[in-house]
Design a binder for this molecule. Structure first.
Ligand SMILES: [Zn+2]
Ligand SMILES: [Zn+2]
Length: 242
């Protein structure tokens, strides 16, 4: 199992978006999860956690229904891929959890035995989770959802789309240094990996402080990447037409 950090988040954004979309569709009222099976950024299957029909989650008795009967998001994503006759060998599976507002929440759950069995059975390459210990280190204890709130972003916006170059660079530096550290020191286990993400983030924060720089959470939030593209197009057009 591997944890996902921001550099990769940019690379596999379409997978992330699909997983979030799935998680939001989960009929469970208490725990919404989405999963995507993918290979070379090609989506092979998607799923969310849901009790099989005709069972339905009722928030008052969610535990009695969902805990007992739910087919996990990862399982549904694998079944979905198998239904469309995809070859799952060497594919990755990505899992994400969203809260009641549809915002991603870090998930520190180890994949459960049943889902791990499927990963082994169909020779999937790896299991990827989203977590935010690195953000917490870099942003002085703020979690991804806090940063989202602080930037006053819309529900559907990703914080990665609203970082200026300084903030984005700090995050990429953090992510690449963490990946290198995990590899170099052969760090295994989720808690230790989380600790590494956190300590690298914190160290970079310290450095910014020592340099007299602006803390990432205090940097200005640029307009949405789509908006700036639109504006760029408009001004280019104006230039040509002038
Ligand atoms: Zn439920
Ligand atoms: Zn599971």
């Amino acid at each position: 199992m591997r944890l996902l950090e921001s550099k990769e988040l940019i690379q596999i954004k379409p997978v992330l978006d699909k997983a979030i979309e799935q998680a939001k569709l989960s009929p469970c009222q208490k725990s919404k999860r989405g999963a995507v099976v993918f290979k070379d950024s090609l989506v092979l299957g998607v799923g969310n956690n849901a009790p099989p029909e005709p069972l339905w989650c009722n928030p008052e008795i969610c535990r009695a229904i969902c805990a007992k009967y739910t087919v996990h998001a990862e399982q549904n994503a694998v079944f979905n891929a198998l239904n469309s006759r995809q070859n799952l060998a060497d594919a990755s599976i990505f899992h994400i959890k969203v809260n009641e507002n549809g915002l991603t929440v870090p998930s520190n759950d180890l994949s459960c035995p049943e889902c791990s069995r499927l990963v082994l059975r169909f020779h999937l390459k790896e299991f990827i989770l989203f977590q935010d210990a690195g953000y917490m280190g870099l942003y002085g204890g703020l979690r991804q959802k806090d940063i989202h709130q602080k930037k006053k972003l819309k529900e559907k916006e990703s914080i990665l789309d609203r970082m200026g170059s300084e903030e984005l660079a700090a995050n990429l530096f953090r992510a690449t240094q963490t990946q290198a550290k995990l590899k170099r020191e052969n760090i295994q286990g989720e808690n230790k990996a989380n600790q590494a993400h956190y300590s690298v983030g914190k160290k970079i924060r310290q450095t910014i402080q020592e340099l007299g720089g602006t803390m990432p959470e205090k940097l200005q939030t640029p307009e949405h990447i789509k908006e700036s593209k639109k504006r760029l197009k408009k001004s280019t057009k104006a230039l040509i037409e002038d």
